[in-house]
Design a protein around this ligand. Structure first.
Ligand code: HEM
Length: 395
């Protein structure tokens, strides 16, 4: 009879359930290097914040209106009139900042320990794609409340896209849905925001599944891969990951309850006004390094290339560093990695500071030096990393 599940359907469902159960069981007994430090718990923190973002985002969407004349009011009504509406929005906003902070730490950890080297190249590529997806999602989300920074941020992004030679004006119109940010832009950003959010879940599942087949690297290199020095994921790393997530949750609560000004921009609590350009248009803190690089270059298009290239270069990392094997194995690689990644982090922070100031005088110089420092790691250091390490070991 049509609509009645057949015996075959039941059998297939049973097989699927058994497949998932086997995967989870496999994961729990996965052997991992015993010396994984707390930096390896950041992945679990990312997963926890992702779940929080999805749940709070879905609930926020129930009362949000993607219309230029109603969006700001709908968010204000949620904050002021809905029971615990302020909490819901704060969870989502604080979550975005924690997600980006954890993501940057996760990437720097990978660079420091050379987690991108074979056999984890594919894993790194999926991770880089995730970073791009998360950044676009965060940008689209920031436009939604339609405050002053949302509006002018969309305007700056539209103009940056418009600076692409030949196709720029068409791209700008597609991005904005008109000549200036408006309701069409909001619709685009709203759709982009939640479709990408769900695509991120799919990409994370792939990321974790690939990690499962390739295994984790370890801070002590090849020594950590010795089967005698490995422990199963359950209970050892489940407990360690839970500790990481709890510590993050405590920090999260502190920021949310006692220091919300750390992550919020007061100008975005004013409704968008197309007739009043704010004195300082600046993105959320997590985009400042890229904004600093965008501004450090005098030509708009070149600035866009340098800024987008700063993310794109991550996709090339496994091929820029021609070294094989494990970092931490050779003593020369250890101190070199420490020095080079420290210089990279300093450059990244300095680019961010330059991005939060007017691009003139000393800040222009800082922005340019930071941009050179950032690229020097990828294009000047990584290609010679292996040679330098061998030389360091012999010396
Ligand atoms: C939504 C974003 C992401 C989530 C939820 C996520 C999740 C995870 C998890 C749970 C792990 C295992 C635990 C750990 O090693 O911390 C992991 C490992 C890893 N991730 Fe990610 N990740 C994300 C983004 C990225 C990005 C942007 C990159 C790099 C560009 C990346 C590269 C890696 C690498 C190389 C490993 C293996 C590390 C090792 O064992 O040495 N991930 N990720």
């Amino acid at each position: 009879m049509a609509g009645t599940p057949s015996c075959k359907d039941h059998k297939e469902q049973g097989q699927e359930a058994a497949g998932v159960a086997t995967f989870v069981k496999d994961y729990m007994s996965l052997l991992l290097p015993a010396d994984l430090n707390l930096l390896w718990t950041i992945g679990a923190m990312l997963v926890a914040v992702l779940v929080l973002m999805l749940l709070s985002g879905l609930t926020l969407a129930l009362s949000y209106t993607p219309d230029a004349s109603l969006a700001f009011g709908s968010v204000e009504a949620l904050e002021r009139r809905m029971p615990s509406g302020w909490l819901l929005r704060s969870l989502h906003m604080t979550g975005a900042s924690f997600f980006m902070a954890a993501l940057y730490l996760h990437v720097f950890r990978g660079l420091y320990y050379g987690s991108y080297r074979a056999p984890r190249r594919g894993l790194w590529l999926i991770g880089s794609a995730l970073l791009v997806m998360v950044m676009i999602t965060a940008f689209a989300g920031y436009v939604l409340p339609w405050g002053q920074m949302s509006y002018w941020g969309a305007d700056v992004a539209g103009k940056a896209v418009g600076a692409v030679p030949l196709i720029g004006p068409v791209l700008e119109r597609i991005f904005l849905g008109g000549d200036a940010p408006g309701t069409a832009t909001l619709h685009r950003m709203f759709v982009l925001h939640f479709t990408l959010a769900f695509s991120i879940v799919g990409a994370v599942l792939l990321h974790v599944a690939v990690l499962h087949t390739r295994g984790s690297s370890s801070p002590s290199g090849l020594r950590g891969q010795n089967p005698a020095r490995m422990l199963p994921f359950y209970p050892y790393f489940t407990i360690k990951d839970t500790l990481g997530v709890v510590v993050m949750a405590l920090l999260f609560t502190l920021v949310l309850c006692f220091w919300p000004g750390l992550i919020t921009e007061p100008a975005n609590y004013r409704p968008a006004n197309p007739l009043h350009t704010p004195a300082d248009i600046e993105p959320e803190w997590y985009f400042l390094p890229f904004y600093g690089m965008l501004q450090a270059v005098p030509s708009k298009f070149a600035g866009l290339l340098v800024s987008a290239g700063a993310v794109a270069v991550l996709f090339c990392v496994p091929w820029l560093d021609r070294g094989a094997g494990w970092i931490g194995e050779q003593t020369g690689q250890r101190w070199l990695a420490r020095l080079a990644v420290s210089a990279l982090v300093v450059s990244f922070v300095m680019a961010g500071l330059a991005g939060s100031h007017h691009v003139q005088g000393i800040w222009l110089l800082v922005g340019r030096l930071a941009t050179v420092g950032y690229y020097a790691y990828f294009l000047g250091f990584l290609p010679f990393y292996a040679k330098l390490a061998n030389w360091g070991e012999r010396a």
